[in-house]
Design a protein around this ligand. Structure first.
Ligand SMILES: Cc1cc2nc3c(=O)[nH]c(=O)nc-3n(C[C@H](O)[C@H](O)[C@H](O)COP(=O)(O)O)c2cc1C
Length: 199
């Protein structure tokens, strides 16, 4: 395949990260929420996930002092709120109130979950790594919950577009899944079965 050079500063966009999440954090009883695309699972046992947060963000300060964070998976229907929480710092606004998102105290950690999201993961800060202009916060999952109509042991991607998790392509551009592809193996090899999503 012919390729054209991509500037190194923008090459991260070649790696589509997982779902966009809303990161909940807490400091001295104050809640904050910010949008993050740079999250990833890192360990099954112990259960660890990581999120890269720019050192200058209020969220970084809250996680470092609060020692906890939550990762909440919004559906496509929340996209304007997702963009808002990723454009304004909690230093300048109470983003929960301004976006109309409802904080719910975590069961295991002080950081807030978000009622309107499809799923939420509560993490206690496990370790912090220097990641250039970001901190890489690794969190140990202490609790997790998801709407059963959308996730049981994996995402079902049912319930219509409003309830689909989203990927971030860059700037204000997002992608939502368009179909589920199942791969099965028999004596002839691998077969892909496609199922379009309901509108
Ligand atoms: C779709 C999207 C994804 C983002 N992903 C990240 C990310 O992974 N890490 C990060 O540090 N900032 C990310 N940002 C930027 C922060 O969300 C944004 O700077 C936010 O205002 C920081 O808020 P805070 O100062 O209240 O913590 C993203 C923004 C958007 C819109």
């Amino acid at each position: 395949m012919e390729k054209k050079e991509v500037p190194v500063q923008g090459a991260y966009r070649l790696l589509s990260p997982g779902w966009v999440v809303l990161v909940g954090s807490e400091k001295d009883g104050r809640y904050n929420v910010m949008t993050a695309a740079w999250q990833m699972p890192v360990s099954v046992n112990p259960p660890l996930v990581a999120v890269a947060v720019a050192k200058r963000h209020l969220t970084a300060e809250y996680i470092r002092t609060g020692g906890a964070f939550t990762l909440n998976v919004p559906g496509y229907g929340l996209l304007p709120k997702v963009q808002y929480c990723g454009s304004i710092s909690g230093r300048n606004a109470d983003k929960f109130a301004a976006a109309g998102l409802t904080p719910v105290p975590g069961q295991k950690v002080a950081a807030p979950l978000i009622k309107e999201c499809l799923a939420g993961i509560e993490c206690r800060l496990w370790n912090t790594y220097d990641g250039g202009d970001h901190y890489i916060f690794v969190g140990e999952i202490k609790a997790a919950a998801a709407a059963p109509e959308h996730f049981e042991t994996q995402w079902s991607l049912t319930g219509g577009r409003e309830h689909l998790p989203v990927n971030h392509l860059g700037g204000g551009v997002y992608a939502v899944p368009g179909m589920v592809a199942s791969v099965s193996k028999d004596e002839k090899g691998f077969t892909v079965t496609e199922k379009p999503l309901e509108e």
